[in-house]
Design a protein around this ligand. Sequence first.
Ligand code: ZN
Length: 145
Amino acid sequence: MESQIIIDFVAKYFYWAFLGWIFMTLIQRRHGSKGVKKRMAVLYQAILIFLIMVYATILKMNDLTDVYLIVAAIIAVLILFFGRKFILPYSTRCRVCGKRMSFERIFYYDDPLCSEHDEEEIEMNEEVKKKIKEIREEENNSDKE
Ligand SMILES: [Zn+2]
């Protein structure tokens, strides 16, 4: 472990990973209030990636070897373990029926519910359907006149 191969890798590619993670939080914004916790989680992950990158860069500047990265790896694992509720709040199955959820549901929605058991979502969809129906009816009426 007298090399700097991993340090170089981390210093270089974790920067791009960090940018990618930040970009993900922007994509998640379209899920609005249904995915606040999931968005915060990705932000925490981004901060962790950023800190590891900064640490690797400091090691590189001081000509230290890969061995020192083990410290960062251990701390990162500890942070992930104790902060898993906030940093990794993902469950793959629906809380009500236990069915496997879609990728979108796992990563974008705070509540671990499938589309059949997400009452809020069902209500929202009904409203949208009602609105569409209303607009169509109005259109039909104005056509007749
Ligand atoms: Zn369900």
